[in-house]
Every structure is written in structure tokens, then in C-alpha cells.
Design a protein around this ligand. Structure first.
Ligand SMILES: [Fe+2]
Length: 386
């Protein structure tokens, strides 16, 4: 057995914990920038609760950047960073889904160093700039899937280049994650499913890839067990706080698992899809690709895929992992194809090239190392939906 573990993020978990943000934030200062999306954190009351808690605890200035889009762009990160610099904010709060959390973390890096957001993303050749400083970040998720609140990744899109890449650096961890499962209750059914599947894919990919980390694998195993049991309940009973709590917990476990063990080809092939089609949600793209890729991958790690099948309630055989995934996606309403998501067949060639240009760093750790022909074939299968 071998593993390494590092997580400089304090985790505060529980119903009602969002109201503690002011008390926690004052450790970092009194001028704060909240980075959030356009609507949901206002509609579900989360933004107001954050502001009230900050005011109760003596915050002097509260700035709000509320323009984060579902696939967040470098442009928004740059705009929010300008506010952080101009207003000399002491710390940043990311409030919302993965997009808001990823953006808040990136704003911390960009506002504390030279250059722009795109200078810090990881091309296979490496990022153009290395950060040396950051501002403290508090992440408050309102969905249960991304795990961004507990890891060093920010996934950012560049709409001009039509590229989606990751900032991954030890300065990109939040200082504190406040995980209040009650904030996820207002999620609609499809969003609950999509974000839950994102967490499941984090667990599946980190469990099965070629990196070795026994600790991260245990986190992934537990996340799979929880999601299998509780995601269908969260979908049927949106106000079931026990189901919501378990889903927030599973997303957190899987978020830590990928921090240590990374993801694999499902994520590597999804990013070009939502880069070219920003209306495709990350979780939908993953759902559409996952069956074809699991069918390709399971032969490369029969033991772990057999374990996945078993955890999902099937015979412990690696080929059953495909069936387990198909049935689960059907159950949560995400048995979908790339065609269903509006992807055009003539784009598959370009998507394949982009996987090579942008995500080839994942090839060697994928359970089966893919060729470009494999990837094109997998896109074709996912396009048709099998
Ligand atoms: Fe993901």
C-alpha cells in the first residue's frame, strides 16, 4: 500500500453552517468579494444569508461579482480579479455551483499575481505563468457534485479559443470549505442528477485510473456507495435533508479523491464538448460519454471495474460495470447521447483533435491508453448513444 495525502482546506460541514461564514471570514479581513452566478444564489436566499452573516461580524465592504456563467470563462475571472485588485479585498467567497467556486479560486490567483486567467491554465506543455501568491478563499457550494470546494482545480473556458482547461496549483486550494447541505435543496431535478453524476464520475475515474493512492481509492469507494443509494432518493424527495447531506458528503469525498488521483478519459473527452458547446452542462457531457468510455476502459483494470459493478449492486465482473452505469443513468434520467445534447457529427473530428491538443496528459493514466482513432470511435459511439 502507498499513498500521499495533502489537503490544506478546513472543512466545516453541516446544515446551517452557511451562517458561520462571517465569523470565519473575519480571520482573513474585512473587505470581501463574493463571486457567484447570475440567479440561483439570489433566488434561494443563500447570497442574503452570506451577506447578513458578514455584516453581523463586522465586514466593512462587501463587493459582489454575480456574472459567473455555467461554463465559467477566463473573461469573467479577469473582470472579477480587477475588482479584487481595485478594491483591495482581503479575501474572496465563492458561492454557488462548481462554476462559481472554480472562478473564485482562479480570481484569487489572478488578482494576486501578474497576467490573466488564461496564463495559469495547464496546457500539456504546462502553464504560461506560475503563481506565487493568493488571497484566502472560502468556498460555499450550493450543488453536490463538483468537489471544487476541497481541491486545487479550477476549470475555465476560453470562448474565443473554444478551449476548456484546468488551473491546478497548490495555491488554488480554498482556505475553508463551508458545506451546508440545506443549500442544495433548491436544486431542480435535472441539476441534482447532473451534479450527482459529476461526483460519480470523479469517484469512478479516480478509482480506476493507473495512479496509485490507496487513501484516495477508499474515498472514491465510499462516494460510489453513497451516490448509488442516495442520489435516486434526492431526486424523488428533493427536500430529504438526509439524502442531500449524503450527496454533499459524497461530492466532497470524490472531490478529494480526484485531487489526489486525478480523473481520466471521460473528463478528458468531456471538456472539448462543453468548450465547443457552452450550453452543454459538464454533468450531461460526462453522462453522454461515460458508457462508451467505460466499455473501452474496463478491460484495462478488470479488478477495479468489477469492484465498481459490485458497489453498484451487480455481479462483480468488470464487464458489468457498463451495465451498472447504463442502468443508473437511466434511473436518474441521464441516459443521453451527444446527439441529444446538440453536438454535430461533423464536429467529432475537431473534438478528437482537441482531446489530443489539450488533454493528452491523461492518456497515460487512463485504464487503457487510447489512440486518436480510439477517441474518435468513442465520440462516434457516444454521439449515437451506446
Ligand atoms: Fe467533473
Amino acid at each position: 500500500m502507498n499513498f500521499d495525502f495533502y489537503l490544506p482546506t478546513e472543512i466545516i460541514f453541516g446544515v446551517g453552517t452557511v451562517d458561520r461564514v462571517g465569523e470565519i471570514g473575519k480571520r482573513f479581513g474585512y473587505r470581501v468579494l463574493i463571486v457567484t452566478g447570475k440567479k440561483s444564489s439570489k433566488e434561494n436566499g443563500a447570497l442574503n444569508r452570506v451577506i447578513e452573516s458578514l455584516k453581523r461580524n463586522g465586514a466593512e465592504e462587501i463587493f459582489i461579482f454575480d456574472q459567473i456563467e455555467p461554463n465559467p470563462t477566463d473573461k469573467s475571472v479577469n473582470l472579477a480579479s480587477e475588482i479584487a485588485v481595485k478594491e483591495k479585498v482581503d479575501y474572496i467567497i465563492g458561492l454557488g455551483g462548481g462554476s462559481s467556486l472554480d472562478s473564485a479560486k482562479a480570481v484569487s490567483i489572478v488578482s494576486s499575481n501578474e497576467g490573466y486567467a488564461w496564463d495559469y491554465v495547464n496546457y500539456p506543455e504546462g502553464p504560461r505563468l506560475i503563481p506565487f501568491l493568493n488571497r484566502p478563499v472560502i468556498c460555499i457550494p450550493t450543488t453536490a457534485g463538483t468537489g471544487s470546494e476541497v481541491n486545487r482545480y479550477s476549470v475555465i473556458s476560453n470562448n474565443i479559443r473554444k478551449e476548456k482547461l484546468v488551473i491546478s496549483h497548490s495555491l488554488n486550494y480554498p482556505k475553508v470549505a463551508i458545506i451546508d447541505p440545506s443549500l442544495t435543496i433548491s436544486m431542480k431535478k435535472r441539476l441534482t442528477a447532473m451534479t450527482g453524476i459529476d461526483a460519480l464520475m470523479h469517484a469512478l475515474e479516480s478509482l480506476t485510473n493507473k495512479l496509485s493512492n490507496a487513501f484516495a481509492e477508499d474515498l472514491a469507494i465510499r462516494a460510489i456507495q453513497i451516490i448509488k443509494k442516495w442520489l435516486p432518493i434526492a431526486l424523488e424527495e428533493p427536500e430529504n435533508i438526509k439524502a442531500r447531506s449524503y450527496m454533499s458528503y459524497a461530492a466532497m469525498l470524490a472531490g478529494i479523491a480526484i485531487d489526489r488521483k486525478r480523473v481520466a478519459l471521460i473528463h478528458g473527452m468531456e471538456h472539448p464538448v462543453s468548450a465547443h458547446y457552452p450550453s452543454v452542462a459538464h454533468g450531461e457531457g460526462l453522462a453522454a460519454l461515460s458508457i462508451a468510455i467505460t466499455d473501452f476502459n474496463h478491460k484495462g483494470n478488470t479488478q477495479k471495474y468489477a469492484l465498481f459493478a459490485e458497489l453498484m449492486g451487480y455481479e462483480p465482473k468488470s464487464s458489468m460495470a457498463v451495465k451498472a452505469l447504463e442502468d443508473f443513468l437511466e434511473k436518474v434520467g441521464l441516459r443521453i447521447s451527444l446527439k441529444d445534447l446538440g453536438v454535430e457529427r461533423e464536429k467529432l473530428e475537431k473534438l478528437t483533435e482537441d482531446v489530443y491538443m489539450l488533454s493528452r496528459g491523461l492518456f497515460a493514466i487512463n485504464p487503457v491508453e487510447p489512440t486518436l482513432e480510439d477517441i474518435h470511435r468513442l465520440y462516434e459511439r457516444a454521439y449515437e448513444g451506446y
